[in-house]
Write a protein that binds this ligand. Structure first.
Ligand SMILES: *[C@@H]1O[C@H](CO)[C@@H](O)[C@H](O)[C@H]1NC(C)=O
Ligand SMILES: *[C@@H]1O[C@H](CO)[C@@H](O)[C@H](O)[C@H]1NC(C)=O
Ligand SMILES: *[C@@H]1O[C@H](CO)[C@@H](O)[C@H](O)[C@H]1NC(C)=O
Ligand SMILES: *[C@@H]1O[C@H](CO)[C@@H](O)[C@H](O)[C@H]1NC(C)=O
Length: 531
């Protein structure tokens, strides 16, 4: 070994001199023949490219709209998560791409378009003619959600993202065009055990005329099976929410475990907005425990219409959340929505609310509301109604099974107003009974969890690692609440169904390499994890 090591440098030195000589000869020849002078700049810039930080973009959504009232015809809308924010320790030069380049083909022709890429839009700035927009309005996380749109060709067959050294074909889907009044986009559930909360929400949405589009990462298996049955019966659509991943890329370059806000929730909400952009009259973005119940009209659509009409063009309306405690039974054989409604107790504590939009007037949104108000549009803060936020759901074994009492839960304002009528509650209870009688659901019911385990771990972890800083004003100490902020000790008896997908390594493109997942599916083989 030693001997070899000693002899090698001599050979290498000779080789290096030879290469340098050849380069010198080559440059001299070029100078001679074309009269060019090679400046130091020309020699340095290739070095810069070598040292630049690599940009990695994960495509969470790619929708192609043959027609669109707001994006134009033959439009592509993309949602990407890109490592745009430089880690504080990085010495590397940050490339600053100003556009995305897209190539599309149909059967007869092809087109290449570039769409401007605005990197540093601050939270409040209004940039004219912006097409590629940042969805995440802060830089606590290094991987940022970005929206992009461009018009392509009629009848597109293939779409490629183009780099300086090649391109990658990307999959796309045509969004739904079937008409719906209201879509509720439920933020991604993870390690969820909250089957009572689910039944409460899904029956309320059904009663007042909304379609539920629920994003799912993981849930306790029996609860997952219950949701699948409700999906079969047409109550909701379960949408797998796959993780962002860059196979083969070092975490020092792009870290999807720790550097994406929550579980890429802003991207899931924008995905839902884009998916129903041409089909829904109204879309709302709610967590499972945020239950909106119309108060001004018998249905959601009529309430939203009432709130929006007669006003200037609105990007969104914003409902506040009022916290409630609910008591429910841990024993599924005794479950009743009537009892859950009757137990609601207002805590007189308000939290940051959620929005309802006319999808023609918004292209993307962040977790609570969009980071900027599109030009010329306004927002309306709803004072006429609030979201019932099931802040604490107590799983009790004391609930009296024989109690026939029905209490109309109070509206938060201490007036005599109620959040729902007894008639509404009875309709919802009847609908629940009808579902529980179905043999497939009756079979699942006894297996639903009677204790919560992961719920407690999630609450504790988020309080310790995130909200503690958030609510005490120690904002400077906040670290990115990444998808893997909380690791969970697996419980030997509690099994989860978890999303999975196929992620492929990609050939590096400059300045941005594009990634995507295919074949999303649910599996019992992963365990109970937050993404
Ligand atoms: C392909 O795009 C071209 C250019 O817009 C258009 O004229 C042509 O009709 C398209 N072909 C098909 C098959 O739609
Ligand atoms: C649930 O309630 C039923 C009916 O009262 C009872 O037979 C069953 O043992 C209870 N299950 C649990 C887990 O407590
Ligand atoms: C959405 O994008 C389209 C296409 O770029 C643009 O014309 C429209 O103004 C955007 N809408 C909003 C509300 O920003
Ligand atoms: C209603 O009453 C509770 C206490 O009884 C109080 O904390 C709360 O501020 C009141 N809310 C309103 C809107 O008056």
């Amino acid at each position: 070994m030693r001997a070899l090591l000693c002899r090698r440098p001599k050979k290498i030195t000779v080789l290096v001199f030879l290469v340098l000589f050849l380069v010198w000869l080559f440059i001299t020849i070029i100078e001679f023949s074309f009269g060019l002078t090679v400046t130091t700049d020309d020699l340095i810039s290739p070095m810069k490219i070598v040292k630049a930080r690599e940009l990695k973009a994960f495509i969470t959504s790619a929708y192609y709209y043959p027609t669109s009232k707001s994006l134009g015809n033959n439009a592509l809308a993309l949602v990407l998560s890109i490592n745009l924010v430089k880690p504080p320790t990085s010495q590397l030069f940050s490339p600053d791409p100003t556009e995305l380049v897209i190539m599309a083909k149909n059967e007869t022709s092809s087109v290449q378009v570039s769409t401007p890429f605005l990197r540093y839009i601050s939270f409040m700035s209004k940039v004219k003619n912006q097409k590629n927009d940042r969805v995440t309005p802060h830089e606590v996380c290094q991987i940022i959600t970005v929206f992009a749109t461009a018009q392509l060709l009629p009848n597109v067959k293939s779409i490629h993202m183009v780099g300086n050294n090649g391109m990658s074909e990307i999959p796309f889907t045509i969004p739904s065009y079937s008409k719906r009044d209201v879509v509720v986009c439920t933020s991604p559930l993870f390690v969820s055990e909250q089957w009572q909360n689910f039944l409460f929400a899904v029956h309320v949405y059904r009663r007042f005329g909304a379609h539920m589009n629920l994003y799912l990462i993981s849930a306790v298996t029996s609860f997952y099976e219950l949701m699948k049955e409700y999906e079969r019966e047409g109550y909701l659509k379960i949408q797998p929410w796959v993780k962002v991943d860059f196979p083969g890329v070092s975490r020092t370059i792009a870290d999807p475990h720790n550097q994406i806000e929550f579980r890429n929730q802003a991207a899931s909400q924008t995905d839902c907005l884009l998916q129903f952009k041409e089909s829904a009259r109204f879309i709302t973005f709610l967590d499972l425990d945020d239950v909106l119940i119309p108060k001004l009209a018998p249905t959601y659509a009529e309430e939203f219409q009432k709130l929006m009409e007669g006003k200037n063009k609105l990007a969104y309306i914003f409902y506040h959340k009022e916290n409630y405690d609910a008591i429910t039974t841990r024993n599924s054989s005794k479950f009743s929505l009537k009892k859950m409604f009757s137990s609601l107790e207002c805590k007189h504590k308000r939290e940051t609310g959620k929005i309802v939009v006319d999808p023609r007037n918004l292209n993307y949104t962040w977790i609570h509301f969009p980071p900027i108000l599109p030009n010329g549009l306004e927002k309306y803060e709803v004072t006429e109604n609030v979201i019932t936020h099931l802040k604490t759901i107590i799983w009790s074994d004391k609930q009296d099974p024989s109690s026939r009492i029905l209490i109309e839960p109070p509206y938060f304002d201490n007036s005599s107003a109620k959040i729902i009528s007894s008639r509404g509650i009875m309709d919802i209870e009847d609908d629940l009974r009808k579902m529980i009688r179905k043999p497939r659901i009756r079979k699942i019911f006894p297996d639903l969890p009677s204790t919560h385990y992961y719920t407690d771990l999630v609450v504790k972890c988020y309080n310790d690692r995130y909200y503690r800083y958030h609510y005490s004003g120690r904002i400077g100490e906040i670290k990115c609440p990444g998808p893997q902020l909380c690791g969970f000790h697996q419980h030997p008896k509690i099994k989860c169904t978890h999303v999975d997908a196929t992620h492929k390594p990609m050939k590096t493109l400059h300045p941005i390499t594009y990634y995507y997942a295919t074949n999303p599916r649910f599996t019992g083989d992963i365990g109970c994890y937050s993404h």
